[in-house]
Design a protein around this ligand. Sequence first.
Ligand code: NAD
Length: 492
Amino acid sequence: MAGITKRRLQSLRRRDFLTGAALIDGQWVTRDEKDVVVDPATEEHIAEVSRYSATDVSHAIAAAERALCSWRELLPATRGAILRCWARLMLDHSDDLAVLVTSEQGKPLSEARHEIAYGAGFLDWFAAEGERAYGETIPSHKLGSLLHVRMQPIGVAAAITPWNFPVAMVTRKAGAALAAGCPIIVKPAPETPLSALAVARLAEEAGVPSGVFQVLVGDPIELSTPLLSDTRIRALSFTGSTQVGRLLLEGSAATVKKVSLELGGHAPFLVFDDVDLGKAVKGLMAAKFATSGQDCLAANRIYVQRRIYDAFVDSFAGAIAKLKVGHGLDAATDIGPMTKLSVANKCRAQIDDAAAKGARVFSSKQGDELGANFVAPTLLSDVTEDMLIGHEETFGPVAAVLPFDSEEEVIARANTNEMGLAGYVYTDNLRRALRLSEQLECGMIGVNTASFTGPPIPFGGWKQSGLGREGSRHGLAEYMELKYVCFGDLTG
Ligand code: NAD
């Protein structure tokens, strides 16, 4: 695998995607201090990016504040036209962007291409939704008065984005902010800066004005400290771990920002004994192994009703055995490396812990020889909630299967966890499906499907999985304030 990524990057159509410069106040600026970007599959250095400072963030905030007035005063349709152009440019450069994503994140190239289309979709969708930020007229409770509620842009926003979807998490936040009339400053994950910087190049080419979309890369604490403390940042959107989400929520308290958090998951995947086994296994393969398992929607606790338990485990193990582990740029690869060694180590620790506590382990053993960031797709059966994998998020290609007997029992077990992002229910019984969709404590539920995300849906979690929503009209509202206006004395 050595050298494969560098060779592929050298053949990019857009060589400027690799300059490692950031867009601050309409200028592409570089710094002497650099950070290296690493291919997680080979651990080779593949690029360098400038490291920006807290002072650079302050300049970016000042530029965003200056840009706010003219951006929010544009017609929503004008802002929408710019967002649509940005989306089109992303699709035009999909091949190059996908290579960047795979090079620094590790996911298979086909999934990276899908991410670019998914990410561009948010820009397109919010382009239209910005035109529908309707207010309300309230029937008055006062004689001779008219009561209006308007939706207005909240001000400058900041986004801290993760490495698992280094393009789509940027555009999901930026699409909503820009459509609402708010400039946004993005701090991407240090592991995946190239994708976000490339998206910024396309934003500029699409006509996003100076200061309206800025991306700064560098040390997470140095860059986020001024974003948190500055009163001019009115909204903060974060996707990442619950642990960091808590810190950012605390850090936003002093300036009372509007905070939206999309945090970890620990999705229950419930399979009842009336289902078509083949369909359930197919859905589970997608829900577990997309993005090599590094997905907050990933099925983490697979509850299977006892009557079909053994047959289900056999069929699932058969499907897992077919997964091909390798470099994301190899077209045959289904499972790439973990982006971070800490994530791979967490997978290994969960496997060891489960094995020690009595789980049965089926591993394809593939990938073990490829390097420390690779984790072989692994099935753990007879898992219990006291095992690490039974109560904490995995974020890798390790699947935990637990038997259950009754509906009441499995609902209680699924709901005991503090995470409540996504849940999945596979059953042919309509009444049961309705009951479960009502009773599971999650923000999103797929009934007989593992594929439900996209721009129109309110993406977000209950409990410690987050606050607020992304995508959908609710996502736009995260960047808007309500203003109530009472027109009195109309009879005079
Ligand atoms: P993380 O929460 O540390 O990183 C996410 C983002 O937060 C990155 O941009 C990072 O630079 C930034 N960040 C980290 N520490 C910060 C701090 N103190 N102040 C400000 N910003 C900070 O996530 P991780 O450690 O890279 O991954 C750990 C676990 O988090 C994963 O195993 C997974 O469980 C979860 N995670 C979830 C998602 C998701 O989509 N919800 C994405 C990434 C990670």
